[in-house]
Write a protein that binds this ligand. Structure first.
Ligand code: PAF
Length: 287
C-alpha cells in the first residue's frame, strides 16, 4: 500500500496505475477506521476495482462552530495498518493546508434534499460534504465511490450532486455495519461512556420495532414515529434530535408508508450525536 500526502503525487501515481479497462475504486473517509469502512474496501475489491484508493481527511468545512472538529478521533498509524490489511492500494492522507491552501471561495451546495433531517440540525454541513467530495472526486477521478448507508442523507446528496454536475462516477451505497448489539458502527462511538454505550443500543431496537410494525400491517407514519420516540425516550441518557419518516428518494416528510420509506433518527447520548436509519418496505403480507 502506498501512502501519499500530496495531490500532485497522488495524481502522478494514479496516472501510472490507471490502465486500460481498470476501474478505480474510491473510499472517502475521515479516518478512525472501523469495520464499516473496511467493508466498503471489501465491496470495492469484490467489484473488481483496482486500484482501491482510500482518503483520510477530517474535513473542517463540514463541522459547525460548536461541533467536534478539534476532538474528532484521529489515529493515523492504526488506520494505516487497518487499511493495508483490508487491501487498500493507495492511502491518501492530505493535510488541511494541502486540501485548503487558502480560504475556499467556491462551495458546492445541493438544494432541497439538504433542508431536512441532519441538514436542518447541522446548517452548512452538507455544503461542506459536497464541496470536499467534489474536490476528492476531482483529485482521484474514481470510476466508483463507496459510501456507508448509515449516512443515508449524505449518499442522497452525493448522488444528486454527481447527477446534476455530470460527474463520471458511480455512487455505491453499502449496508450499515453494526456492533453485536445492533449499534451502527461510527468513529464517534468512542466518545460514549460505558453507560451511554449500553443505552445507545435502543436506536437499533427502535428501528427493528418499526420494521416489525410495518411487517404486521401498520401504515400510519405518526404511529411508527411515536412508538420509536417512546422507546428511545425510555432510556434516560437519550436526547432526541429528530425522528423522521421521509420518502426514501426525496427525503420529503410522508404521513403513511405506501412505498419504501426512510425512518431516520438522530439522538444525543451526552454530547455524542448518533444517527441511524432503516428503509421500511410495505408488503401486502400482514394486511
Ligand atoms: O462520511 C464521511 O466520513 C465524510 O462525510 C466524507 C464523505 C469522507 C466527506 O468528508
Amino acid at each position: 500500500m502506498r501512502v501519499i500526502e500530496t495531490i500532485s503525487e497522488l495524481r502522478r501515481h494514479l496516472a501510472e496505475l490507471r490502465g486500460k479497462g481498470r476501474r478505480v475504486g474510491f473510499v472517502p473517509t475521515m479516518g478512525y477506521l472501523h469495520d464499516g469502512h473496511l467493508s466498503l474496501v471489501r465491496t470495492a475489491k469484490n467489484n473488481g476495482c483496482f486500484p482501491v484508493v482510500m482518503s483520510i481527511f477530517v474535513n473542517p468545512l463540514q463541522f459547525g462552530p460548536q461541533e467536534d472538529f478539534e476532538r474528532y478521533p484521529r489515529d493515523l498509524e492504526r488506520d494505516r495498518r487497518l487499511a493495508e490489511a483490508a487491501g487498500v492500494d493507495v492511502l491518501f492522507v492530505p493535510s488541511t493546508e494541502e486540501m485548503y491552501p487558502r480560504p475556499i471561495r467556491t462551495r458546492v451546495s445541493v438544494r432541497d434534499v439538504t433542508d431536512r433531517l441532519c441538514g436542518r440540525s447541522r446548517p452548512g454541513h452538507f455544503d461542506g460534504v459536497a464541496t470536499v467530495v467534489t474536490k476528492l472526486f476531482q483529485i482521484v477521478q474514481p470510476d466508483q465511490a463507496f459510501f456507508g448507508a448509515k449516512d443515508y442523507q449524505q449518499v442522497q446528496v452525493v448522488r444528486i450532486m454527481t447527477e446534476d454536475l455530470n460527474m463520471p462516477v458511480e455512487i455505491v451505497a453499502c449496508p450499515i455495519y453494526r456492533e453485536p448489539d445492533g449499534l451502527a458502527m461510527s468513529s464517534r462511538n468512542v466518545y460514549l461512556s460505558p453507560e451511554e454505550r449500553k443505552q445507545a443500543s435502543v436506536l437499533y431496537e427502535a428501528l427493528r420495532d418499526a420494521e416489525e410494525r410495518v411487517r404486521n400491517g401498520e401504515r400510519k407514519g405518526a404511529v411508527i414515529v411515536q412508538a420509536a420516540r417512546e422507546k428511545i425516550a425510555s432510556r434516560p441518557l437519550a436526547r432526541i434530535d429528530y425522528i423522521s419518516l421521509v420518502d426514501a428518494d426525496t427525503l420529503e416528510d410522508v404521513e403513511s408508508i405506501d412505498k419504501p420509506t426512510l425512518l431516520a433518527l438522530a439522538v444525543f447520548f451526552g454530547k455524542t450525536r448518533l444517527i441511524d436509519n432503516t428503509v421500511l418496505i410495505p408488503t401486502t403480507i400482514g394486511r
